[in-house]
Design a binder for this molecule. Sequence first.
Ligand code: XUL
Ligand code: MN
Length: 346
Amino acid sequence: MAKPHTYKFCFGPWNISEGQDPYGPPTRPPQTFDWKLAKLAELGFEAMMFHDDDAVPNVDEKSDAQVRAEAKELKRKLDDAGVAAEIVAPRLWFAPQTIDGAYTSNDPKCRQYAIERSLRCIDIANILGSKVIVLWLAREGSYIRESKNARKCIDMLVTAINKMLEHDPRIRIAIEPKPNEPMDVAYIPTIGHALALANLTSDPKRVGCLIETAHAILAGLDPADEIDFACAFGKLWSIHLNDQNGLKFDQDKPFGSVNLRVAFNQVRALERNGYGKKGEYVAFDVHPFRTTKVEHWTLHLENSRRTFLRLVEKARTFPEAEAQKLIADRNYAALDQLVLDHLMGK
Ligand code: XUL
Ligand code: MN
């Protein structure tokens, strides 16, 4: 029997966050990037994920030469720590130019800004040795539907992605859909939308997706089914595992924290699709609770990995033959209990 593969894990500097929310200030003092990198390496995670300005702070204020020099400096740091750069994502929701959207802004100058920033993000990714650009299309949608022409916006998204594909013939783009927040309604809310959009671009095979558990739940979908759908196209290039308690704000809770069975089914889907065998990482896009003390600051990350690995064991020891018998007999009540008993342990 083939040896079961081991997974490689990853998180971003933003996942060691300070606890601010729309109603209150930070509850923990900020830590330096170097501290976060050291922590990641100490915890035995294999890679870090980046926004362009996590890699090169204040990227908009810097010349191309400066951006390259700083990216090279970061690459040296990562090599010294033995940590890979998983992905780089342009932060297209923070600058004044992206107030009314980035690629789909009604202002052509702002759309141009978003495209230029994305091309720079690719240059940074190349220096860091990362082959995937993640696009969380945060502000591509509307608060007021009449404010934008959604049909034109789809063309604008395609134009922007084509520019990126043209800029670098090797880079791949993984779209991370989310149905809402910060927008009321997003143009690319699900994996189906992301992969359909990929087909409109100039090189569909280089446009895939990243699934985030919380985002799928916010869309009213089961993240395990989203995983199987993306994998049927060979297009799941990264994953943000976390958890979400229903239709609320994006909670980014530790993996499995709300619904262990939904988490189990995501792990099963990853296992049956051989996720990770082509070098893909398991990333945890999780945040500490606001109440977290400084000395417990990385527990949400360690716990997410621990839960993931325990669920891998549960997936690999699932009584498959017994389950198949119950499926053949259409005895789904017994199958339901078989799953629960397996998860709870005897
Ligand atoms: C937002 C989100 C982002 C992306 C990266 O909800 O998940 O952190 O993962 O831009
Ligand atoms: Mn995410």
